[in-house]
Design a protein around this ligand. Structure first.
Ligand SMILES: Nc1ncnc2c1ncn2[C@@H]1O[C@H](COP(=O)(O)OP(=O)(O)OP(=O)(O)O)[C@@H](O)[C@H]1O
Length: 361
């Protein structure tokens, strides 16, 4: 566990976090600008000192105000990746990667990191001849080669344009899956978090408002203000149990009796996180016959959330103990006269997927 119990006054904001983060996979720190994300990561890495409290990684105490322990950044075994790559301009990519590498007792092979981040062709080049995304890949490689026990990433995609972000994300996903290294990842993009993280801590004005496994935090009403109607979604974890190669479809088992068909051919047995956009879910009282929609699932209406304004209302549906959200129009709600507790059928049109191997590990 990464145990955090700290207080730090930051101007008018009091940063106060008491949390445990897992020592595997990606833990995202999410919050608005000024919430305290960077300050928290700097505290973990020893770049800033809390006023009081304790930080402990596994058995190692990194900071303990009462025992006057405050390990220097280089003693903490943490690697940093910032928004800007901060490469040394006068070193080649190869030189940058080797900077800060321990001379003895190396566990991480240079070639493995170069392959993982697709850096082979870039090795002789200098930073001035790299794109933003390539520079970030080098910065990540450099951090990995310092053999950190914890990797801290502060909005590593924020300075990149959308095509560069898309280019870098698969490398980050692969890194998170293949390296058994805990990663703390600051971001204010829910999309990014969804694709990378297993765990999520949400800060608001210096206070921790949520902390837990992604699926649980995702479903919290406290996260709703950050999501527009288009972004609202449910996250469901499942395993691939059947495939139909000729239709390029796979069946995920949500429970023993309830499955979800998705438009992708996936390896059998793989753990998957399915994101179901609330706008892609509709409800009906009777099971529709002869429908083109493959997913018609029995649910119970557990709550109706109406906003004061806007066309839509959110229906909270119980799908065999899991939460599924559906957005329907107010008009449909009035016409159907839905009642909390009644059995319905949810029709699910589109599902997007991210691997949750790490979360399941
Ligand atoms: N050393 C400091 N002294 C005074 N105030 C500070 C200090 N460091 C940060 N702050 C303030 O603390 C708050 C949190 O800052 P921080 O940079 O940690 O937020 P953030 O969530 O990372 O924001 P962003 O997403 O914009 O990077 C801000 O209001 C900031 O102005």
């Amino acid at each position: 566990m990464l145990t955090i119990d700290i207080n730090k006054q930051l101007g008018d904001t009091l940063l106060q976090v008491t949390a445990e983060l897992p020592t595997y996979g990606v833990s995202a720190i999410f919050g608005r600008s000024g919430a305290g994300k960077t300050s928290l990561v700097n505290i973990l890495g020893g770049l800033a000192t809390p006023d009081s409290g304790r930080v402990q990684l596994g058995e190692r105490v990194l900071f303990d105000a009462s025992r006057r322990i405050n390990l220097r950044p280089e003693q903490r075994g943490t690697g940093f990746v910032f928004q800007d790559a901060r490469l040394f301009p006068h070193y080649s990519v190869s030189g940058n990667l080797n900077y800060g590498r321990p001379r003895r007792g190396r566990k991480t092979s240079f070639d493995t990191v170069v392959e993982l981040l697709g850096l082979e062709k870039l090795l002789p080049r200098y930073p001035a001849a790299l794109s933003g995304g390539e520079k970030q890949r080098v910065a990540i490689g450099r951090a990995l080669l310092t053999e950190p026990e914890l990797l801290l990433m502060d909005e590593p995609l924020a300075s990149l344009d959308l095509p560069r972000k898309k280019e870098l994300l698969p490398y980050l996903q692969r890194m998170a899956e293949e390296l058994k290294l805990p990663i703390v990842y600051v971001s204010h993009s829910l999309d990014e978090i969804l694709q990378l993280a297993d765990h999520m801590l949400v800060l608001d004005s210096g206070k921790m408002v949520l902390n837990g496994a992604l699926e649980q935090v995702w479903d919290s009403p406290l996260l709703r203000p950050w999501q527009s109607v288009q972004e609202q979604s449910s996250l469901l974890s499942a395993r691939v149990v059947e495939t139909l190669p000729s239709y390029e479809m796979s069946r995920l088992d949500l429970t023993q009796d309830i499955s979800l068909w998705v438009n992708k051919l996936l390896p059998q047995g793989e753990s998957i996180r399915a994101r179901i956009h609330s706008n892609q879910v509709s409800v009906c009282r009777e099971r529709p016959q002869s429908t083109s929609i493959r997913n018609v699932l029995p649910v119970t209406l557990s709550a109706i959330e109406t906003a004061e304004t806007g066309q839509y209302v959110s229906l909270k549906l119980d799908l065999a103990g899991k939460v599924l959200w559906a957005n329907i129009t107010r008009w449909a709600l009035d016409e159907l006269q839905l009642v909390v507790g009644e059995p319905l059928f949810a029709q699910i049109k589109g599902v997007s997927l991210t691997s949750s191997d790490l979360a399941a590990a």
